[in-house]
Write a protein that binds this ligand. Sequence first.
Ligand code: SAM
Length: 221
Amino acid sequence: MPRIRVRGFFNQIMKNTASDITKRLFNRHYKQKKIDPKLPDARFRSAVARYFLKGRSLDLGAGDGRHVLFLASKGYEVVAVDFSRVAANHLRKHVRNQGDVKNVQVKIADIRETIPSVFSNIYTNYTLHFLPKTEWMKVIRKMQKQTCPGGVNLIEDFSESPSGNVPKKGYAYIQSKDLQDLYKAWDVLRSSPLKVKTMVPNGRGGFRKAESFFFVARKPR
Ligand SMILES: C[S@@+](CC[C@H](N)C(=O)[O-])C[C@H]1O[C@@H](n2cnc3c(N)ncnc32)[C@H](O)[C@@H]1O
């Protein structure tokens, strides 16, 4: 139907525009940031030690690579995907300058693109909430498909708006119920609510905290 096609075309333009804005914001953010990715927090480090399967790992929305560098230091081969050219170049430079960081591949791409091969572990931290719900659902399904049997998915993200704003039309923060449904055939290893500090001042000299979650599941063998 022409009208439906026009609407689909219009929706596509809106989605691409939103993600171009996100990309531009992150390019600006990483331009101002020093290249010194911090260690990931204890939660992530302990999930890697307890649950990750040896082998290749994929980071969707890797930023300047705090999780990637940690995994590489533990002997994992890691593919980092991010659509910010500036973040990717920071990470590449860091990998080049640190002689002991090996087995890191950095790809400038949108996480909505096809995941080209199968990985032991696929994880994403604070990235899916930039996508509308239909899109993050598709990304999660692709993560599941491209994880090898016995492999792990780890997702950490906001479950409420980090700025306190009402989500835009079509956008929705991931809730634990969504993950329970999506991962009902998997072995859920961790599913914990968190409160994380955001960049938004709380008006009392500190920063706002937003509800988040930390989720880890293993694919059946
Ligand atoms: C809040 S940062 C988190 C970075 C990293 N995961 C971490 O926890 O330090 C979100 C990252 O996702 C990237 N990003 C957002 N939407 C993306 C998309 N559709 N495709 C690829 N990267 C995306 C941004 O460029 C940014 O580097």
